[in-house]
Design a protein around this ligand. Structure first.
Ligand code: CP
Ligand code: NVA
Length: 322
């Protein structure tokens, strides 16, 4: 789909009012549209062109976990689109004192034009979306992180020129990032391999779903325990922390389990010569990645972090525009 002009973006709205709970709520063409729109908005911003399709609109942002990128990119993003963001820490709103998600959803629907939520259970996000009459965006759960992957796909596409056929090797924990990356890769026709130790593989049902999608879209999904094998021919190496938010108590146990799964120069040297290194951040240098890799010439982590802004502006424009 070509982004013809501003009118096209504002008026041609097959997205209006929809939620983003997982990437597979959308088709390949729709994800491509969002990525095209993200590139367009990035370009407009770089040229200093003001574009405010969400003037007068308000996004509520519920956080039950910490955040730097998600909070700031959504808040800056809605502001740049002409709207306003309200940060709602679960410590301060009544949800933290037991008000139901269903009641919260209905109350907030009366005030806002969209809700972004970062929480623990995917069920909470589903419950919120079920009772809200406005779009709900998943800003990370224990199971998924779709907004991060939208930005990641934008980043890979802008560097590699396309997504189909690109090989991404993910090394480390089979967590929320892997689940969303796996679905995104399957949908977009990529080759995606996860190397994770026993006991830390991605969810079996999500892997099955990704493999089914992969068959439909000419993609390839696989899981191995061998990082050296996984990175062979890889154009992208991706990793994430070994202990995610909520797993802080398992830090020591995980450091032992993930020994041998560090992304370092030796592992990088086994990949394709055009390999880029990606990490959703925050990173723990010396654990899942060495400082010389994340701060080295193959790393695109800050471009990736910046694209959170552009990808989410595209998402908000599509879902919350008129
Ligand atoms: N990558 C990411 O979602 O970062 P934050 O936890 O800082 O939002
Ligand atoms: N897997 C990490 C991602 C942080 C953006 C976590 O859930 O903490």
């Amino acid at each position: 789909m070509v982004i013809a002009d501003k009118e096209f973006i504002i008026n041609n709205q097959p997205f209006h009012g929809r939620d983003m709970l997982t990437l597979v709520d959308y088709t390949k063409d729709e994800i491509t549209y969002l990525l095209d729109l993200a590139d367009y908005l990035k370009d407009q911003k770089k040229q200093g062109i003001v574009f405010e399709p969400l003037k007068g609109k308000t996004l509520g942002m519920i956080f039950e976990k910490s955040s730097t990128r998600t909070r700031v990119s959504f808040e800056a993003g809605i502001y740049q689109l002409g709207g306003t963001g309200i940060f709602l820490s679960s410590k301060d709103i009544q949800i933290g004192r037991g008000e139901t998600v269903a009641d919260t959803a209905q109350v907030l629907s009366g005030y806002l034009d969209g809700i972004m939520i970062r929480t623990f259970s995917q069920e909470t996000v589903k419950e919120l979306a079920k009772h809200a009459s406005i779009p709900v965006i998943n800003g990370l759960t224990d199971t998924y992180h779709p907004c991060q992957v939208l930005a990641d796909l934008q980043t890979v596409r802008e560097i590699k020129g396309s997504l189909s056929g690109v090989k991404m090797a993910y090394i480390g924990d089979g967590n929320n990032m892997v689940h969303s990356l796996m679905l995104g890769a399957a949908l977009m026709g990529m080759e995606f391999v996860v190397a994770a130790p026993k006991g830390y593989h991605p969810d079996v049902e999500i892997t099955y779903k990704a493999k089914q999608l992969a068959e439909e879209h000419g993609a390839k999904i696989s899981v191995t325990e061998d990082p050296q094998e996984a990175v062979k021919g890889a154009n992208v190496i991706y990793t994430d922390v070994w202990a995610s938010m909520g797993q802080e108590d398992e830090q020591e146990k995980r450091e032992i389990a993930f020994e041998g799964y560090q992304v370092n120069e030796e592992l990088l040297s086994l990949a394709s010569s055009d390999v880029i290194f990606m990490h959703c951040l925050p990173a723990h240098r010396g654990e899942e990645v060495t400082a010389n890799v994340i701060d080295g010439t193959h790393s695109v982590v800050f471009q990736q972090a910046e694209n959170r802004l552009h990808a989410q502006k595209a998402l908000m424009t599509a879902l919350m525009g008129k």
